[in-house]
Ligand binder design. Structure first.
Ligand SMILES: NC(=O)C1=CN([C@@H]2O[C@H](COP(=O)(O)OP(=O)(O)OC[C@H]3O[C@@H](n4cnc5c(N)ncnc54)[C@H](O)[C@@H]3O)[C@@H](O)[C@H]2O)C=CC1
Ligand SMILES: O=c1[nH]c(=O)c2[nH+]cn([C@@H]3O[C@H](COP(=O)(O)O)[C@@H](O)[C@H]3O)c2[nH]1
Ligand SMILES: [K+]
Length: 499
């Protein structure tokens, strides 16, 4: 018999380090509709997700806004740790105190205060007025940016209570969903904002305009909701002594999972930290990594991890393979680590190197339970930072956590900044194009992933993994020419619009 394609085990045991673009799956048999594909999965042993997508713990990718949006999509955000532990913990709290994927962080004032300048409206079109001027007291009114701008010069400097709109009707429960917010605004025709209140504290405000914008995007499902009715959220931490204090604050804030953030997780530092976390906080799942080999994975599994993060040097901003000559092609890394982790029931996160939906299909079929993305999400509205213009293009900054710039900001200690003077970057600072809201492009991306699964005859992640391991699903390596052929070619010009 002529062999038609290869079983994955044959392909990945030939001494090559393959990346996603090197490999291609051969189609199998379709006996179900695209919408019958379920991408439901687990991030860790005990954390179920409806969508297999996770945002990277990077300071240009995941803060509270991204984490809330990822949770609303059924995925999860991991808040980076390149900031003081108190600030990271407050972001965790912020994500967990809302059920609409919006974050506006308004300025709070008391009625005797004055509005100093337009800066008070930087983060929100409204300033909220409470009895004491802090979020944890009774809401008595608000001032909108446009109203304040229309005031005469002198009036602008007057006490807020001389011109604010008084209202005691603005308040809605913190856990109102988008649909409930929409109903609220439909009923209250003359109201353009509502304040989310949790345990006597104003956690944020939602405007009619926000809700109308979100309604334009693909419909959200229930999202990743924890037992307390709030979004679930993860946080990154390191393996130093001071990270134990960070961990305590994160746990107090209600963090659902912690990720030990390192490029080479198979270290005495990480193994000790895994044991510490598992010993101290039995209910908390911990992700170890990064790893790219079975031996690394086995060590961390033995130490007690609940999930593994896979990838070394595959990230779009990574220079680790160039600088340190260590790493692995991401397709091989995912396949090899999944082979061992699946025997222990430990889910793996394929981290880095995702540029489009096909890469997600490859990662998931090769054994990952979720994909972690940095660059793919960094140009979105929800990523931290403001848009800028570069050569006429609207962009956002995206940088490696091992870039000199990110190290200087905060991760200095981890880079031996405390003991060594010679800093070596393992990442770059760059920019990515504006992609709009993740609430828009992620659902389309996931629909494309479902189409890939349908072509492979896999109606779920488990079924894809079974087809691959049994050798029914056939794989091949693409030659350089096959990769060119697989892309758009031979055109003078074209426009690529995917949805
Ligand atoms: N996935 C990837 O390919 C890569 C990711 N990165 C990202 O860059 C950031 C930093 O990664 P790393 O430099 O690997 O951070 P890291 O914190 O693991 O390591 C920094 C240095 O500190 C040392 N160290 C850690 N804990 C220690 C302890 N308790 N006592 C003494 N020394 C200790 C490590 O051995 C290493 O030399 C992370 O956000 C990571 O995700 C960086 C490079 C590659
Ligand atoms: O070599 C590196 N130097 C860095 O400075 C760096 N910062 C982040 N990361 C890793 O890259 C992942 C994101 O990759 P993508 O942009 O391809 O999604 C992330 O999730 C990380 O695993 C780094 N790797
Ligand atoms: K790279």
């Amino acid at each position: 018999m002529e062999e038609d394609g290869f079983a994955a085990t044959k392909l990945f045991n030939q001494g090559y380090s393959y990346t996603y673009d090197d490999v291609i799956f051969l189609p199998h048999y379709i006996d179900f509709a695209t919408d019958d594909v379920s991408l439901a999965t687990r991030l860790t042993r005990r954390l179920p997700l409806l969508s297999p997508v996770v945002s990277s713990p990077m300071d240009t990718v995941t803060e509270a806004g991204m984490a809330a949006a990822m949770a609303s999509l059924g995925g999860l955000g991991i808040i980076h740790s390149n900031l003081p532990p108190q600030v990271q913990a407050s972001m965790v709290r912020s994500v967990k105190s809302r059920r609409v994927p919006l974050l506006s962080s308004p300025t709070f004032k008391s009625s005797e205060h004055r509005i100093d300048s337009l800066d008070d409206f930087d983060s929100s079109p409204y300033v909220l007025v409470t009895q004491s001027g802090s979020p944890s007291s009774k809401l008595i009114g608000y001032v909108s940016r446009s109203e304040w701008l229309q005031l005469d010069g002198d009036k602008k400097d007057a006490r807020i209570d001389t011109y604010m709109t008084s209202s005691n009707e603005l308040v809605v429960p913190w856990n109102y969903s988008l649909a409930q917010m929409d109903n609220y605004f439909k009923e209250k025709k003359d109201m353009d904002l509502a304040a989310l209140v949790k345990e006597e504290e104003v956690v944020d405000l939602v405007t009619r305009e926000d809700v109308d914008r979100l309604k334009e995007y693909p419909r959200l499902g229930v999202g990743t909701v924890g037992p307390d009715g709030g979004w679930r959220v993860g946080a990154a931490m390191g393996t130093r002594l001071e990270d134990k204090e960070r961990l305590e604050l994160l746990v107090k804030a209600g963090v659902d999972v912690v990720v030990l953030d390192s490029s080479q997780g198979n270290s005495i530092y990480q193994i000790e930290m895994i044991k510490y976390v598992k010993g101290m906080y039995k209910e908390l799942d911990v992700v170890g990594g990064n790893v790219v080999t079975a031996a690394q994975a086995e060590n961390l599994i033995r130490a007690g991890v609940d999930g593994l993060r896979v990838g070394m040097g595959s990230g779009s901003i990574c220079t680790t393979q160039e600088v340190c000559a260590v790493g692995r092609g991401q397709a091989t890394a995912v396949y090899k680590v999944a082979s061992i982790a699946s025997q222990h029931g430990v889910p793996i996160i394929a981290d880095g190197g995702i540029s489009f939906s096909g890469h997600i299909v490859k990662a998931l079929v090769l054994g990952a339970s979720t994909v972690m993305m940095g660059g793919f999400l960094a140009g979105s509205t929800e990523a931290p930072g403001a848009y800028e213009y570069q050569n006429g293009c609207r962009i956002k900054k995206y940088r490696g956590m091992g870039s000199l710039e990110a190290m200087t900001k905060g991760s200095d200690a981890r880079y031996l900044g405390d003991t060594a003077k010679l800093k070596i970057a393992q990442g770059v600072v760059g920019a990515v194009a504006d992609k709009g809201s993740v609430l828009n492009f992620v659902p389309y991306t996931l629909q494309a992933v479902k189409q890939g699964f349908q072509d492979l005859g896999a109606s779920s992640l488990q079924s894809a993994h079974d087809l691959l391991r049994s050798g029914i699903l056939r794989v091949e390596v693409r030659s350089g020419a096959a990769q060119v052929e697989g892309g758009v070619h031979g055109l003078v010009s074209y426009v690529k619009k995917s949805f």
